[in-house]
Design a protein around this ligand. Sequence first.
Ligand SMILES: Nc1nc2c(ncn2[C@@H]2O[C@H](COP(=O)(O)OP(=O)(O)OP(=O)(O)O)[C@@H](O)[C@H]2O)c(=O)[nH]1
Length: 283
Amino acid sequence: MTIQWFPGHMAKAKREVQEKLKFIDIVFELVDARIPTSSRNPMIDEILVNKPRIMLLNKADMADEEITQQWIAFFQKRHIKALAIDSQAGTGVKQIVAAAKEMLKPKFEKMVAKGIKNPRAMRALIVGIPNVGKSTLINRLAGKHIAKTGDKPGVTKAQQWIKVGKEMELLDTPGILWPKFEDEEVGLKLATTGAIKDTILNLQDVAVYALNFLKQHYPDRLKERYSLTEIPEDIAALFDEIGRRRGCLMSGGLVDYDKVAELVLREIRTEKLGRLSFEKPNE
Ligand SMILES: Nc1nc2c(ncn2[C@@H]2O[C@H](COP(=O)(O)OP(=O)(O)OP(=O)(O)O)[C@@H](O)[C@H]2O)c(=O)[nH]1
C-alpha cells in the first residue's frame, strides 16, 4: 500500500477519525461487498461506539448478489443497517440519504421540539480502509467531481463540507483506517480483490489462495473460464493446465507460474469469472 501502516500511523489515523466524529451525526462505514469482514478496520466498533452508522457494501456490482443479500440480512439481525451499493455507477446511492434521514429522525425531531425551527443539515462522514471506494462515493453523493479518485490505494488527501442535497452535509475528507493486517487470510483476500498492491504479498501465494477458493466455491466457473474438464487436485497441476491453455510459458516451454498467477488475478478482478464473493456471513 502507498500508505505505510506503522503502529504510530494507526494510532494517528484512529485519533483523526475520533477528532472528526465530534462534528458528525452519522457515519457511513464503507466495506467491499466481496469481503465485508476482511475489508473492515478491526477497531471500528470501538472507534464508532454510540455513533449512528450505516454499513455500505460497496462494489456490490462485483460481488455475488445472493451472498450480498445474506450479508444484509446478517447485519440487519444485529440491528445494523446495511445497504448494497455501486458507487461507480451510482446504484443504491440515493437510498443512503433516505436511510440516514430515517435513522436520525428522532434526533432532529428533538431539535424541533426544543424550538429550533430550521434544524441544520445532517452531518455525515465516510470511513473505510484504503481503496474501498471512499472518494468515488463522495463524488457520487456530491454529484460532481470533487474528491480525487484513482486506481492506486492511498490517493485520498485536506477539510470541507460538501452539500448533498439540502438535507445532508458530508465531510470531504473520509476517515481512512487500516485493515486487519496481522491476519494472513485477510491479507490474501485483500490482495485477491486488488485492495492491496501486488508487491505486498507473493503473487503466486495470492493466486494459490484464489484458485483454491474458486475450486471450492465456484468450480463450474473455474472449469468454464479455463476450459477444464476436471479441476486437478494438485494446485501445481492446476497452474500447469491454465498456463498451457493460456500460453503462459517460459522460453523452454515450461509453464511460467508468475504469469499464470498474474493472469488469474487480473481475470478475477476484471470479473472474467463473473461476480464473486470471498466471504459469507457466519463463516
Ligand atoms: N466496480 C466498482 N468499482 C468501484 C466502486 N467504487 C469504487 N470503485 C473503484 O475502486 C477504486 C478505488 O476507489 P477510490 O474511490 O479511489 O477508493 P478510496 O477508498 O477513496 O481509496 P484511498 O484513497 O486509497 O483511501 C477505483 O478504481 C474506483 O473506480 C464500485 O462501487 N464498483
